[in-house]
Write a protein of this length. Structure first.
Length: 320
């Protein structure tokens, strides 16, 4: 169904000083997308102003950001969808649910192309390794990589001293970052299974890890409220970003790698300059704490996912 709308900023530039304008210069909540009957878990953005959202109502919805229209409702999941990933230039949407049931959807027709099941692991992430799809699953302290076509386990990664909390990969899928409740992050070669680095510095469980799009830097965030920026090649800590007063729930990197956005149980969204470590903005306009974020391809629209049943987004200029 259509949401309440104002035009989304598409061609606004930086201010006189070349900095990100303050939030008052922007239309707050240009669109509210309503329709889910439960809290929204995750979102994925595709080309042509399309976005997919998943909820605890066990559905995935496809939206047109320009009109606010719900284009399709994908049903058939038997559990919460934890991750959404567009692959093959947006032609396929992969929805990975709890109990590691992954479904491959045609976002245009709404047809379910493939369903992968059979694991009892608790969480799953879809990655690409050498142009091949891999399902990365975690259970307790162990991570497995699976070939979805054969169902074969290709790699088993062990070594954490506590349960795995988050998994991510570089865009070529060759390096995995795995975080744990043992306060560390480990970097792995996904092809050889060799551990590359052990990243230590957080004071508590590391719940979020994400690579920049150029794969040069890893961002980790913890229940201690801090974000740490790491050199993914050397394992060196480059910056510590402090400002959140409670656990960080998500981190997203703009497509040009020039802005980080983080959310927290302290009910704030913060925008950061990853080079200087400076907090650029604390946008307002959302209701309550924000669960997750996403940027559109042009970096100028940020989509916050609410713990409420709506899904709102802001216009943010990330030209620095």
């Amino acid at each position: 169904m259509p949401g309440r709308s104002k035009p989304v900023p598409t061609d606004s530039g930086p201010d006189r000083n070349g900095q990100i304008p303050c939030i008052d210069d922007w239309g707050i909540v240009p669109q509210t997308l309503e329709g889910h009957v439960g809290p929204v878990n995750t979102v994925a953005v595709a080309q042509q102003n399309r976005v997919a959202s998943a909820s605890v109502d066990q559905t995935v919805r496809l939206w047109d950001l320009t009109t606010g229209q719900c284009l399709r409702i994908l049903k058939g999941h038997t559990g919460w969808v934890r991750t959404l990933t567009f692959i093959q230039n947006g032609k396929i949407l992969v929805a990975a649910a709890i109990h590691c049931i992954a479904q491959f959807w045609d976002p245009v027709t709404g047809e379910c192309l493939q369903t992968l099941a059979g694991h009892t692991d608790l969480d799953s992430v879809v990655i690409y390794v050498e142009d091949k799809i891999r399902i990365c699953t975690s259970f307790d302290c162990q991570v497995n990589l699976w070939d979805p076509t054969t169902g074969q386990c290709i790699q088993t990664l062990n070594g954490h001293g506590g349960p795995v909390r988050a998994i991510t990969s570089t865009h070529d899928g060759k390096i995995l970052a795995i975080s744990s409740s043992d306060t560390t992050v480990k970097l792995w070669n996904s092809i050889s299974g060799k551990r590359l680095h052990r990243l230590q510095g957080h004071a508590s469980s590391v719940r979020v890890v994400v690579f920049t799009h150029d794969s040069r830097m890893l961002v980790s965030a913890s229940t201690d409220g801090a974000l740490r920026l790491w050199d993914s090649h050397t394992g060196k800590c480059l910056q510590v970003l402090e400002g959140h007063t409670k656990e960080v729930t998500s981190v997203v990197v703009s497509p040009d790698d020039r802005v980080l956005a983080s959310t927290s149980y302290d009910c704030t969204v913060r925008l950061w300059d990853p080079t200087s470590g400076q907090c650029l903005q604390v946008p307002k306009g959302h209701r309550g704490w924000v669960n997750c974020l996403a940027f559109t391809e042009n970096s100028r629209v940020m989509i916050p996912l609410m713990v409420f049943i709506d899904l709102s987004y802001f216009g943010i200029n990330t030209t620095i």
